[in-house]
Every structure is written in C-alpha cells, then in structure tokens.
Ligand binder design. Structure first.
Ligand code: ADP
Ligand code: ZN
Length: 210
C-alpha cells in the first residue's frame, strides 16, 4: 500500500503517519524529518534548506525530489510506504508520477486554520529521533522527555506563531491544489481531523481499507 498523507502543517500528519506505519508495518517517509536530520548533521543539503525551513517557506522542489528519489529506492519501501509531507507542490506530485511510483490512496486530513494555530503552539518534537508530541493532546510519560528514546523535547523554530501563519499561507497556495490533482486521479479521501488522535486514526484506517 503506497499512501500519501495530505493536510496543513499541524493537521496531525506526522502523528497519524507514525500510528498507521505501526499498524500496516510499512515505513513512513517524512521529508521534514529527513531535512531536519540533514540540517543537524550539517550536510550541504541541510545548509541549503535551513533558511527556507526556518522562514516557513518550502525547500526548492529539486532538493526534495532528490531526497524522495533516493529514499524510495531503498529496500524497505518495496512493500509499501506512507509519505508524510511530500508532495507539497504540483511539480513534486508530477515528479512522483514520472518516477513511475503508483500511489494507491491520498488521505487529506482537514483542520481549520484557527485550530492549527492553537495546536502548533503546544507542539514539541524529540531532538534526537523526531517523534512528535503535544503538551495537551499527546503528552509524553515524563515532561520534556521522549517516550521512545529519552531524547529532549523541544519546540521547532518554525512552530513559532509568526512562522505558522507563513506556513499556512504557503499551504493554501502551493499544497492545497494537490487535493484537486488527486481527486482527478480518483485517489483522494477527505478525513475531518477529530478532537482526539484515536478518532482521527479510526477515520483514516477506514478510508485506507475502503
Ligand atoms: P509540517 O507538516 O508540520 O509543516 P514538516 O516537518 O513536514 O512540517 O516540514 C517542515 C518544513 O520542511 C517545511 O515548512 C518546509 O520548509 C520543509 N519541507 C518539508 N517537506 C517539504 C516538501 N515536500 N517540499 C518543500 N519543502 C518541504
Ligand atoms: Zn526520541
């Protein structure tokens, strides 16, 4: 099963991707996490991406397309995968099609902008493994510590309120047209983000199995 999770930044793509990944036993590929890793280890790609990311802008298509090509070629993707945060523009979606990658389903998680802004302020990520948490909705067992790897939880620079608004603007302009793109391919399922993570997961699994 080759899946794409679509939705605004902060709609819960990352959290849902982790859960569905466990259920279906297929890897999640998060371009955001790959870029943050590259940034941390100071690779050339990381340096190129840094300014864009911190300003809430998209990293250039050719950079992320290169990342995805390399990642999807690995063995663990052969029985399926979940894409979290890719594609984010029409040219990125076209690049997937050109690579001959067949997408089975695209799940769009809908959350209103007002709710996104509120959610983002409580969001924390593990500095070490990238797992995501929320101070209200998805608390770690111990405050400030990752359940998975005991790494420190931090707020991403691009989760600060000003940057969140910039990211939402980019989302509506560049990413939202993908709904139409995949609706035309008859692959789109729209899921309303629910008040709890579990309820949203249930809707997504239903859409995946449909
Ligand atoms: P979120 O989904 O919460 O916005 P991500 O971790 O997916 O966060 O992405 C964070 C940032 O990484 C984006 O704002 C952008 O700068 C960069 N990025 C991630 N994926 C892509 C992509 N497919 N195309 C362009 N930039 C990307
Ligand atoms: Zn961790």
């Amino acid at each position: 099963m080759n899946l794409i999770l679509l939705g605004a930044p902060g709609a819960g793509k990352g959290t849902q991707a982790e859960i569905i990944s466990d259920r279906l036993q297929i890897p999640t590929i998060s371009t955001g996490n790959i870029i943050r890793e590259a940034l941390k280890s100071g690779t050339e790609m990381g340096l190129k991406a840094k300014a864009f990311m911190e300003a809430g802008q998209l990293v250039p298509d050719e950079v992320v397309i290169g990342i995805i090509k390399e990642r999807l070629a690995k063995d663990d993707c052969q029985k399926g995968f979940i894409l979290d945060g890719f594609p984010r523009t029409i040219p990125q979606a076209e690049a997937l099609d050109k690579m001959g990658i067949v997408i089975d389903k695209v799940i769009d998680i809908e959350v209103k902008d007002e709710a996104i802004v509120k959610r983002m302020s409580g969001r924390r990520v593990c500095e070490k493994c990238g797992a995501s948490y929320h101070m209200e909705y998805k608390k770690p067992a111990v405050d400030g510590v990752c359940d998975r790897c005991a790494g420190t939880l931090v707020q991403r620079k691009d989760d600060h309120p000003d940057t969140v608004n910039a990211r939402l603007e980019v989302y509506h302009k560049e990413t939202e047209p993908l709904k139409d793109y995949y609706a035309k391919q008859e692959k789109l399922s729209v899921v309303e983000g629910q008040a709890t993570i579990e309820d949203t997961t249930a809707l997504i699994l239903k859409a995946v199995e449909a």
